[in-house]
Design a protein around this ligand. Structure first.
Ligand code: G3P
Ligand code: CA
Length: 253
């Protein structure tokens, strides 16, 4: 872990593009990820789920209804069905034809170009997805990251315990909006397998941040959709902000 800055020094805050540059382009598509790279974000954040026939795909909701021209549950549709959907037009006609990416193609396209915050979305719906994500990372030597910035996170803490066992060298994060996860006891338990504690910004206080740091974890907070929220988190001194607007910059840098 990076050392805490001493007085007078300014800490770099990691700029994580939430589902890509989501304010400007359709979330979890190459258009949104490319824009995040262009905007010089430090990481893209992606949501991984699985098709009916076992392909790892990127989409946030557990149904395709909101972000494509199709309907139905992600896990009930084959990859061919998912891939034929238009995942761009809902955000604007200029994005017509954007498709649902696979996890592997996004690793191949962005590995070494930008960091990747990998969220396992609802892994309880996809038994065995932990091993599949771990395997895709191993095939690309991302299980032993050197200079690559990578992290695996989830709202599902049991799944993250498993990922920590499968990928002991990869930083693991837990995501929560539940204050019950932020008690000292809970934080201590989480710190046995996680490297990041990633709360909703409404939970962030200086005290919580200092407890998280004292347990050797970092904090990334979400989801920033206004400059005011970004400024609050910069002021608090979190380690990463997960934002729809990767063009917000840390005034301290
Ligand atoms: O990275 C944290 C954030 O993505 C969690 O919320 O619902 O946007 O996946 P959600
Ligand atoms: Ca997410």
């Amino acid at each position: 872990f990076a050392e805490e800055p001493t007085t007078g020094e300014r800490k770099q805050v990691e700029n994580v593009a939430h589902r890509g540059a989501t304010a400007y382009a359709p979330e979890n598509t190459i258009a949104a990820f490319d824009l995040a790279v262009e905007m010089k974000a430090d990481y893209i954040e992606i949501d991984v789920q699985r098709s009916k026939d076992g392909k790892l795909v990127l989409i946030h909701d557990t149904t395709v209804d909101r972000t494509t021209d199709g309907t139905g549950k992600v896990g009930d549709l084959t990859f061919e069905q998912l891939r034929s959907l238009d995942a761009g037009s809902w955000k604007g006609e200029q994005f017509a034809g954007e498709s649902i990416p696979t996890f592997e193609e996004i690793l191949d396209r962005y590995q070494g170009k930008i960091g990747i915050f990998i969220e396992m979305k609802s892994p309880e719906l996809y038994p065995g997805i932990e091993e599949e994500v771990a395997e895709a990372l191993k095939e690309r030597n991302l299980d032993k990251p050197q200079n690559e910035k990578i992290l695996v996170q989830s709202f599902n803490f049991e799944s993250m315990k498993k990922m920590d066992e499968l990928l002991p060298k990869v930083p693991i994060g837990v995501i929560t909006s539940n204050p019950a996860d932020a008690t000292l006891e809970s934080l201590q338990e989480i710190s046995t397998y996680a490297d990041w504690f990633n709360p909703h910004y409404g939970m962030v206080t200086e005290e919580l941040l200092s407890q998280v740091h004292s347990m050797g974890m970092k904090m990334g907070s979400w989801t920033v959709r206004s400059q005011e929220t970004a400024d609050f988190l910069f002021e608090m001194g979190v380690d990463a902000i997960i934002s729809d607007y990767p063009d917000y910059v840390d005034p301290r840098n």
